[in-house]
Design a protein around this ligand. Sequence first.
Ligand SMILES: [Zn+2]
Length: 486
Amino acid sequence: MDIKSRNIYTVTTTLAFIILIACPIASRGAKWTYSGPDGEPNWRTNYPYCGGTFQSPIDIQTQLLRYDPQLSPIQVQNYNLSANEQLTLHNNGHSVKISLPSHMYISSLPNRYSAAQLHFHWGSSSLLTGSEHTVNGKQFAAEMHVVHFNSDKFPNISMAVDKKDGLAVLGVLIEIGEFNPCFDKFLKYIEGIKYKDQKIQVPAFNVRELLPDTLNEYYRYDGSLTTPPCFPSVLWTVFRKPVTISHEQFLALATSLYASSAEDSAPVPLYGNYRMPQQTDNRVVLVSFRDGLHGIFSVSSPFERRQVVQKLLAGDLADLADEGLYQLLPKPQPGLNSKLKTTKRWGLHNQANKVHVRKNLPRHGYKDLCFKTLENDVLHQIQRHNANAQMVEALRDVVFPELNLRSYLDCKSELDLQTIRQLVQGRSTDEAAELEQSLTKAMRRQMRRHRHPNPKAITGHPRATFLKDFSLSSANHKPQHVEWED
Ligand SMILES: [Zn+2]
């Protein structure tokens, strides 16, 4: 092959490759369902984040829980809407959705999160189990999600949906029991939106009454949209206490609607619209309560966590490998008394260390995350490996360390081996290798002792290569339009 034809060959194959790998991303808005060929196991084909990391829902298991005394009761504002206001009730083919005005908001988080919509996930008339989050394996009849976006940082939900700190969702577990008058405020109109894409206007009502009586007991973790495109942009709050609806009310939800349009010759009933629990990926679940939980650990302090990261970046790695291993391993946390002291310390050291550590974090560590930009990094990785089949794995490899580090510093994850590898990149390979060997050995020992529930925490991600070059420039790839439903 001469130089000219080789160049043409290179350009042609590169173009073909770019088209091949860009297509799944360009097909945002592609059809997805809860069953059949476009069902959950295949979401990742068109929506790679669905096969990625930090996904929701999860099974909220007791061993994942860490008590955080700083979690104050959830406060919502302007939820008591006037009946003069109108809300749109919408069958989008995946759920029943109620639009919410942005003057409703959550006021108890570090930023203001304004409401956008609420929707439901439910089981079927024969299987009264359709919640997305489960608690120690128990699935509830249904679940409500009240979706909010960070209105301090973003003008609307479309801009927020793929950003770090973009969304906050309140999850309410629903069980069958007493009749719930508030649910009837919209259920009585449900026959008007039987088919996909049908919408009607309904009088507004007090949305606060859809939530549990008290908002002080909840689970908190970092997760994702539970529907495509599955961006890991959601701060989840799942209330501990379920609300009840009557069996008749549940049946109205589970049997009235179709996932197909009115003009479709073969109507498809809309039920079982829930996603299965996802891997926990070294995440922990913070809880605002301890009643009824025996021997629950408290979360360790942000100060200690920043010190660990600082050591990995600039400290003596041999020291960490010899004596500091305990700081990196998943471990029991202090009990109540030492916890109170720890909390005091957080306040004293927090600010000073925050600045210091952040200054030293690598270029790709703890920056403002935009998942579309990370997707470009993924494309670049794939081009390097020259195999588009590795899309999802490459996505995990690029996104996971960033999310894990952010979540670790926010006290919502344990530090993963893959993240440690990234933090020590650029340091002496001998020292880094020694640290990794010690860690792997120690984690295996710990696994044998405690029969660790998450083997991923021990082995890291097998596809990750040691000291991989993460400092990649973004591929020259135009961001695609993102459609997003719920
Ligand atoms: Zn949902």
